[in-house]
Design a binder for this molecule. Sequence first.
Ligand code: SAH
Ligand code: SF4
Ligand code: F3S
Length: 438
Amino acid sequence: MKKFFIQTFGCQMNVYDSERVAVMLKKAGWEYTEDPEEADLIIINTCSVREKPLLKVFSCTGRFLPLRKRKGVRIFVMGCVAQQLKEQVIEKAPYVDGVFGPGSEDQIPQAAEGDIFPYIATASESLLREEIFPESSRGAFFEPYSSCVTIMHGCNNFCSYCIVPFVRGREVSRTTAAVIDEVKVLVGNGVKDVTLLGQNVNSYRDPETGSDFAALLEQVASKTGIERLRFITSHPKDFGERLAMAFRDIPNLMPYLHLPAQSGNNRILGEMNRRYTVENYLEKMELARKYCPDIALSSDFIVGFPGETRAEFEDTMKLVDRVCYDSIFAFNYSVRPFTKASKMTDDVPEEEKFDRLNCLLDLQRSKIKEVRGRYLGRTIGVLVESESPRGGTLMGRSEHNLVTHIVNSEPGDIGKTVKVKITEILENTLRGEKIKDQ
Ligand code: SAH
Ligand code: SF4
Ligand code: F3S
């Protein structure tokens, strides 16, 4: 049987697309392998949000070149770099056999069997994928117990630094019915934890009924039998009371909110075209905590945006200090083509960007014990998913989305949610003991 291997970079959207491609290939008679040496088809799902992941694409495809020479494997590139560079992917890496932008991945099985190489398929618009990805193309493929479901494609926000609207197109929402059907399929396959995905889930609108994201959450939570529900990403400008209340009112909505601030300085937020102020942002955080006092908050930050002074960066430090996030993701600003910010001078030196990044991450590290200290001694539900990489214990995800190692779990716990008493707060994870006689 012919075998395929997929390597996925980038965000959950890409993980979701890789899963769909994997399911389609399996239906077309292909077998999945985790070992590229065994594969006849190698697919690289790419991200172009910063320059570094883009460069990775070419080092990665290059790594597979000897395999192509030796045994004629096909190398396909899909995802956001495919859409950004189109046929230029082939100019840069002539050994790539196929380029598939978001929305054209359904052509991969047919292209893999065909004889047109290089095969180039890119989308000009974000497509409504109901037609091109039949529901039957869905199943839990890589992770048996937790999965993502894209509820909308594209983005209309045009934050000045961001390439996503240019590679993923404009916002298009799927219908509530399609999302519910898909979550039901996943639940039927044993999935317990589903994350609804969109670049800005707050602007979700059912194309048939016009109902909003809070309504979608209620429907999915109550009509599919899913045990745990989450969502990413919510844009602070659109996060409001209705969605905050969902954390109180929907029992299976997990207490985790990713609300990316990007900066703690109002001038920089304006330059970024984020359309909120630090004061607005803090109000939203308070709103979330009002309805869910135990909520785990997380955020993304960009340091070294064009023109950002050290004092403006210090405002970001103040914000992180004040909010007390469970986790943050921070990135050095990276110039992206097509964006408004690419016309500004990238004037913060690289070493200064790294220094700001390290200061921010150090601050977060220094706060972790204090922030996560609230879990110590508490009993929390953990969905047990796998063995710890170093063996010995099993691990899973806590309600608050933290990896939790369970010292006394048994193999039969995999796939179940067990009650765990948290005994230790580690840098990136929690450790605890399963409560006996559950
Ligand atoms: N839609 C989401 C995030 C999409 S991209 C949102 O609005 O938050 C994920 C993260 O990458 C962003 O939150 C941002 O912090 C970072 N990012 C995007 N463009 C970037 C750039 N040009 N340089 C550095 N980081 C960037
Ligand atoms: Fe990019 Fe902004 Fe859209 Fe997020 S909301 S994907 S940061 S343009
Ligand atoms: Fe990257 Fe595309 Fe996601 S650019 S962050 S993989 S939408």
